[in-house]
Write a protein that binds this ligand. Structure first.
Ligand SMILES: [Zn+2]
Length: 296
């Protein structure tokens, strides 16, 4: 890493509505850009290349890392399937970008990239093994083992959002009972609308819960228990004890965590709640840029 102080690194986080790009020097994200995502392959890659050249400001771009949504095939260097960006499916994204920039392009699943960012310069620093999960529109996840993202043979490792937690709500993936269907930021708002009878943002609901509103507290209890059930399965399978939470729902972790930790203690024999660390990730929306930039 001796060159990291002088050599800028470039990271891209390609999302369904926005593309976030950054220039990293050492540990600092010194400049970032955000552009709307064009929903067509050539236009999307053109826009990314243009934005990266702007960030480089004439400096050489030695390599670029990019986080992509959906299932990423690292061998074929493309996304197999991206529900929110269908045009990406099968598109040789990394090679197309590499042609435009004349440098190597490394790719990674977006949640894995964010997890890697947290591992390198965020709340995961100092921990070699942990699960990073995002509570957003859905629930995403990335597993870090020995300091690196764990992919699995098909690139689908870390899909904690679709672990079944024993409730009867329908998930967008077609299954019933997924964590995502009860503990994503969106699912918690849906629960609130049903249980409180009025539409509240997650922030408003958290505010009400912290003032002691019983209905709001019950929503976080329901979602927190489901979160704990899912995390316990991960803990039992991989012996993970550290869970970092990002995404729009992360600021409500104080309301979810007691219930989740209670489940972890109940379900992971031989351990107590204090054996686990369930805390907010620290890089916010920039985790993906940080991680992507460090792929090279
Ligand atoms: Zn699902």
């Amino acid at each position: 890493m001796s060159d990291s102080i002088t050599q800028p690194r470039f990271g891209v986080d390609l999302g369904g509505t926005a593309i976030k790009l950054g220039r990293v020097e050492g540990e600092e994200l010194v400049q970032r850009l955000e552009i709307d995502t064009p929903h067509e392959g050539e236009a999307c890659l053109d826009a990314i290349a243009t934005a990266l050249r702007e960030l480089a400001a004439g400096d050489p771009i030695a390599s670029v890392g990019i986080g992509l949504p959906g299932v990423v095939d690292l061998e074929r260097r493309c996304v197999i399937e991206a529900p929110n960006l269908e045009f990406l499916g099968g598109l040789p994204t990394a090679d197309m970008l590499s042609e435009r920039l004349g440098c190597p392009v490394l790719l990674e699943n977006d949640a894995n990239a964010a997890a890697f960012g947290e591992a390198q310069v965020g709340a995961g620093r100092g921990f070699s093994d942990f699960l990073f999960l995002t509570l957003g529109t859905g629930v995403g996840g990335g597993v870090i083992l020995d300091g690196l993202p764990f992919h699995g043979p098909g690139g689908m490792a870390g899909e904690i959002g679709h672990i079944t937690t024993g409730h009867d709500r329908q998930c967008g993936c077609g299954t019933i009972g997924c964590l995502e269907a009860i503990a994503s930021a969106r699912a918690m708002e849906t629960l609130a609308a049903q249980e409180l009878g009025r539409a509240l943002s997650l922030e408003e609901m958290a505010k009400a819960a912290r003032k002691g509103d019983k209905d709001a507290l019950s929503v976080f209890r329901t979602s927190g228990i489901a979160l704990g059930i899912a995390l316990a399965q991960v803990a039992l399978l991989l012996d993970l004890r550290i869970f970092l939470v990002g995404g729009g729902g992360a600021p409500t972790l104080d309301l979810l965590a007691p219930h989740a930790l209670d489940q972890l203690e109940k379900r992971c024999f031989g351990r107590t709640a204090s054996d686990f660390k369930l805390t907010q990730a620290s890089l916010g929306n920039d985790a993906g840029i940080h991680g992507a930039a460090r792929l090279s």
